[in-house]
Design a protein around this ligand. Sequence first.
Ligand SMILES: O=P(O)(O)OC[C@H](O)CO
Ligand SMILES: [Mg+2]
Length: 276
Amino acid sequence: MLQLLQSPSPNRLLRNFLLNSRSKPLHNRTATTVSMANLSSDAPSRGSITHIIFDMDGLLLDTEGFYTEVQQKILARYDKTFDWSLKAKMMGMKAIEAARVFVNETGISDSLSAEDFLVEREDMLRSMFPNTEAMQGASRLIRHLHAKGVPFGLATGSHKRHFELKTQRHGELFKLMHHIVLGDDPEVKKGKPSPDIFLAAAKRFEEHPVDPQRILVFEDAPSGVLAAKNAGMNVIMVPDPRLDSSYLGDADQVLSSLMDFNPKEWGLPPFEDSES
Ligand SMILES: O=P(O)(O)OC[C@H](O)CO
Ligand SMILES: [Mg+2]
């Protein structure tokens, strides 16, 4: 299924599915069958999480649209359109890895190298990133975890220069992270879907080594979900509704918004502003 990015209307079937499923998981591959008689109302049904790792772009910060806009502009010069099947392959990757996918998959690599593509999009991105907004529910969740003393860190494919621009207006939020691992960190040899970045982030918690089964990752990108699973961790996916549903199957849980996260299901302290 190809969904043109130029069309503002998302995949209707998926969107209806997401909307109809608000406040409940869309998918749960790891859920075990539990007798209701044995399940107390306080028992976590998905695992006992002690540590959390957040993705950034498209999950905490609403930056993916900037990449889309710029890539559409560049491809238009070659009379081509940027669609969600290509977007799905690029999101979450390190810049140079995503750039290689872009020029190769669109067949423009003879005219534009991956390196030149990065140079060309840089000025546009630099002017957009300082306007970055937070995703719905991001601030609520981060402040909740911080208040309850749950350790959490960040693992983003973004490199330092872009990270600083994107977080310019969100310093108060990002300073609550125990640690931040960026895509150009020396320990991150390969970008997502390699587990490198999540393994590096796991090592930097004070309590390390942390059992990966006790770590919950929040991701929006197919490559990020795979990276977390490759690291042996639990992962909640909060995808853009235009992402093809075939990418949702690898996550342990799929939510339509961070607002729908139920900490108690994962053995974490409930929000004070709700029963969950
Ligand atoms: O989704 P993130 O935070 O890993 O960022 C990756 C790229 O910079 C954007 O897709
Ligand atoms: Mg992301």
